[in-house]
Design a binder for this molecule. Structure first.
Ligand SMILES: Nc1ncnc2c1ncn2[C@@H]1O[C@H](COP(=O)(O)OP(=O)(O)OP(=O)(O)O)[C@@H](O)[C@H]1O
Length: 588
């Protein structure tokens, strides 16, 4: 083994200048002094307090006398809370996350800011919680823009009337309970009646309408949210959708802020001139979370143990949906809040509050659901207060007659259950009503495009389906939809306009419809008794010979209901006709 001497490549000349230790220290101290002189220290006061008590989702804090209402308070372990009850000595805070590590006596800090959330294009296609944290394993969300979750609603003078329809793709809604962009339409019904299905179908249908969507799941079952997200993803709807989620087991504080955070995310797009749809699924869970927080904060309970400001928390949320004037970008935010009723009680506290805040409601009836009439929309109890003005002209033309015919049918249908003999006119009304109901049925996840809907409705109104056997209705409808390309392009273009269809256009459509439906019409020999093919012939066959007393009464009722409905707004008609059910049953 050979030892190699350690050679240095550069030999520095030795600095021969000798410095005393004092000189070195003097130089260093002068430099330190200069640096210290250049910095002007400022005092930043930090208000700190202490936790007094921690209970389910709530912490009471002392030592923060100047904290503001709704201000964020920082707790140990990166946990934040919102100051809800502000008192000179004690602050009641709502905790926004896991709080099991908190102890009485822990230090808390003021942040001097309110709760805000990340907003922007980066959020599209993402599933997040109301604090903006991703839940979809797609990495962190990088967005430079943030908006407070609680924002004032647009001023009255900044709002434009609702003029553009929001097509849901659900025939019964687009035809009879139309929704406009910027409208708030409540969806309510008992559990498992298809409320979420309607909202999801509406989101799916926005693919071709350039409407961005925010699906806000509030305190939902994780499995239901996973199903909804998978459904949206499978059908390509996540490209234009943001999902904001809190699960049922999340802290009530987090559930409470969910719809406000989701609305700020949606408002960002509305303010940049886009059309946005937001679904709140559902506000019953939101109201319950707020009730829980209020009771724990010892606020006095009111009706159904809800606090006194429960109406205000929902109206301040829904007032943020609107259609802005052109000067403010012309964007719109359409809200579809969902509410669950108990035992069909739509006059419970929360449903009535929301009915009065919104611009109409879609009521889903469990009885219709059980009968297989899906979507189970009860047309009689549903109403759209502003959407009618925004409806496409081609729909408007048929919607009035359709609604009248359908409401008459609903009344007469109850009547026929008693086995009454019916005159020809009543029988026809019932047959027509049954065809309307059959055509308004629609499976989940299959929104129907506007041209298809218009052609179906025009043919239905012209009674082209009336002789089609009920069990062949789906086939007949599909055959009609297949014939759609036969309609000239210019006529189809006019479907989208705000002018009604001309007689010529209608005739063109009807000719094509007649041809498409021909195979489903009864054969010539059976034409004399078309009712033999339909389901209710037992009730309606022999009625022309001798008019019994009950027949006379039926006619009288039909005539009466006709006179009542004519010249009245469509929505009023339904509610006024309702009491007649009772009368009729008594007569029977
Ligand atoms: N038009 C439809 N055709 C067929 N099935 C439907 C239709 N609409 C809803 N359903 C079915 O009804 C069931 C309940 O629907 P959905 O979950 O939307 O109801 P919900 O009222 O939102 O329920 P929840 O009360 O749990 O929130 C689902 O299984 C759904 O697939």
């Amino acid at each position: 083994m050979r030892l190699i001497p350690n050679q240095s490549p550069h030999k520095e000349p030795v600095n021969m200048e000798t410095k005393s230790l004092k000189d070195v220290f003097d130089k260093v101290f002068t430099e330190i002094h200069q640096v210290r002189e250049s910095v002007t220290p400022t005092l930043t006061p930090k208000e700190v307090g202490r936790i007094l008590t921690v209970s389910t989702g709530i912490a009471n804090v002392s030592g923060l006398p100047t904290v503001g209402f709704d201000e964020l308070i920082k707790f140990p372990g990166d946990l934040f809370g919102i100051a809800f009850n502000v008192d000179e000595k004690e602050i009641g805070t709502v905790l926004l996350g896991e709080y099991s590590h908190l102890h009485a006596g822990d230090q808390v800090e003021r942040t001097r800011r309110v709760m805000d959330v990340a907003v922007g294009e980066e959020l599209l296609g993402r599933v997040i919680d109301p604090l903006g944290r991703p839940l979809d394993n797609k990495g962190p969300i990088v967005s430079s823009k943030r908006l407070p979750i609680e924002r004032p609603s647009p001023a009255i003078m900044d709002r434009a009337p609702v003029t553009v329809p929001l097509q849901t793709g659900v025939k019964v809604i687009d035809a009879l309970i139309p929704i406009g962009r910027g409208q708030r339409e409540l969806i309510l019904g008992d559990r498992q009646t298809g409320k979420t299905a309607i909202a999801i179908d509406t989101i799916l249908n926005q693919r071709n309408f350039n409407v961005l969507c925010v699906y806000c799941a509030i305190g939902q079952r994780a499995s239901a949210v996973a199903r909804a997200v998978a459904n949206l993803r499978e059908r390509g709807a996540m490209d234009y959708t943001i999902v904001v989620v809190t699960e049922g087991n999340d802290p009530s504080g987090l559930i409470y802020i969910t719809p406000y955070a989701a609305t700020s995310i949606a408002e960002y797009f509305m303010e940049s001139g886009r059309d946005v749809l937001i679904v709140y699924d559902d506000l019953t869970n939101h109201a319950r979370a707020y009730r829980e927080l209020s009771l724990l904060l010892r606020r006095p309970p009111g009706r159904e143990a809800y606090p006194g400001d429960i109406f205000y928390i929902h109206s301040r949320l829904l007032e943020r949906s609107t259609h802005l004037l052109k000067e403010f970008g012309g964007g719109s935010l359409t809200a579809l809040p969902i509410i669950e009723t108990e035992a069909q009680n739509i006059s419970a506290y929360i449903p009535t509050n929301l009915i009065s805040i919104t611009d109409g409601q879609i009521y889903l009836s469990p009885s219709l659901f059980e009968l297989g009439v899906l979507p189970a929309v009860d047309v009689g109890k549903s109403v759209s207060r502003v959407g009618g003005k925004a409806q496409l002209a081609a729909y408007r033309e048929v919607a009035g007659d359709l609604k009248l015919a359908y409401s008459q049918f609903e009344e007469l249908e109850t009547f026929t259950r008693f086995g009454a003999k019916l005159d020809e006119n009543t029988r026809r009304l019932i047959e027509h009503g049954r065809r309307i109901r059959a055509l308004l049925k629609q499976p989940h996840n299959s929104p129907v495009p506007v041209p298809d809907q218009i052609v179906i409705l025009v043919a239905l109104n012209a009674k082209l389906f009336d002789n089609v056997p009920l069990d062949k209705m789906v086939e007949a409808e599909n055959s009609l939809r297949k014939a759609l390309p036969d309609i000239p392009e210019d006529v189809r273009e006019r479907f989208k306009g705000d002018k009604e269809l001309s007689d010529k256009d209608r005739e063109t459509i009807l000719n094509i419809a007649r041809k498409a439906l021909e195979p489903y019409q009864p054969k010539p020999e059976s034409e004399s008794k078309p009712e033999a093919k339909t389901e209710e012939n037992a009730e309606s066959e022999t009625q022309t010979e001798d008019k019994s007393e009950s027949e006379a009464k039926t006619e009288e009722k039909v005539a009466k209901s006709e006179t009542q409905t004519k010249g009245k707004p469509e929505t009023e008609t339904k509610t006024e006709e309702k009491p007649e059910f009772g009368t009729r049953t008594e007569e029977k």
